[in-house]
Design a protein around this ligand. Sequence first.
Ligand code: MN3
Length: 207
Amino acid sequence: MFQQYEIPYAYNALEPHIDELTMLTHSTKHHAGYTKNFNDALAKLPQFDGLGAEQILTRLDEISDAALRAAVQNNGGGFYNHNLYFAHLSPNGGGEPSGELAAQIERTFGGIAPLREQLSAAGMGRFGSGWAWLSANAAGELKVSSTPNQDNPIMESKGAWTPILGIDVWEHAYYLKYRNLRGDYLKAFFEVVDWQQVARSYAALKA
Ligand code: MN3
């Protein structure tokens, strides 16, 4: 059974950037639903027993039944993506990364400000529901991308790229507070990004 990431801060801890009701609903309804439906789908796929979620997401094409494959893609993605999202937010977030991640961001994007611009553009450019991502590969290279629905870079690259930061741009992530103003939510998001955790996720991938 896959377990939903337990948010280690209060639902109102990211105020005023991300509001309490959005955090509560996002975690206890949306994320909980993806997690339950992922586990329910996996109960019908004994061949995946013992695999991690990341491994399962690289092997969707081994699921012959189209409806079951869609259930694992949507809910497995939803499970994994939200674990990542909530784990890289913090009431003590914002600011800039340091160390090796900061150096690689400088080399790849020319600094944190241009990276934020690229991530925001990826989020703004996503039509409908989806995600913007900062991902890394085993060589330590970085890239920004966007995916629809609950897809993610692991699925698209068969595991060659792993996200180290995900920005949820589904309306459920911001609509209660920001209504149609996705750009305002994206600005606020960067006030609560835990760059130290992003740096740890980056270091873990290279290890
Ligand atoms: Mn969401």
